[in-house]
Design a protein around this ligand. Structure first.
Ligand code: ATP
Ligand code: MG
Length: 146
């Protein structure tokens, strides 16, 4: 990963604000991966991102579904959470690959736990890593992967 920038946030609101502002700078056809331990703040990042696109959709952790779609904003957001994925084949059966044909992607893709689908995200993407620091502090590292 090539680091682009990193930022430290002090609470969930700041993490959401970083994502909100970032969302306002990107166009459709962009894929983000979100790495970080359980409870790092990946889903809160998605919440802020969806808000930044102007959508009022409620962002939740897709517990039993691997994909949530949030409409109502500038672009649809495809939120994958691969934590409970049993195999890469399951993702392929879901049509996961179709989201990486960037020219035809009508929205933005965010993938939690991308290590579960290692090798399947075969397009250039932005990699977000959230590291837990002391207390509510988090380090958000934004990088690119080709
Ligand atoms: N700086 C921060 N940024 C984001 N979340 C924070 C921060 N400080 C504390 N939190 C808390 O950490 C938790 C993050 O939860 P969240 O569901 O976003 O994590 P996650 O990385 O998606 O976890 P999972 O791997 O289970 O999906 C929330 O309870 C949130 O309030
Ligand atoms: Mg989550």
């Amino acid at each position: 990963m090539d680091e682009i920038f990193s930022v430290i946030t002090n609470n969930e609101d700041e993490t959401m604000l970083v994502a909100d502002k970032l969302a306002q700078t990107v166009g459709k056809g962009v894929v983000f991966t979100l790495e970080g331990d359980l409870g790092a703040g990946k889903t809160h990042f998605v919440k802020g991102f969806v808000r930044g696109l102007g959508s009022k959709s409620l962002v939740t952790s897709p517990t039993f579904t691997l994909l949530n779609v949030y409409e109502g904003g500038k672009y649809p957001v495809y939120h994958f959470d691969m934590y409970r994925l049993s195999s890469k084949e399951e993702a392929e059966e879901l049509g996961f690959n179709e989201y990486f044909d960037l020219k035809n992607l009508d929205g933005i893709v965010l993938v939690e736990w991308p290590n579960q689908v290692e090798g399947l995200i075969n397009c250039p993407h932005i990699d977000i890593k959230i590291e837990k620091l002391d207390g509510d502090k988090r380090k958000i590292i934004v990088g690119s992967k080709s």
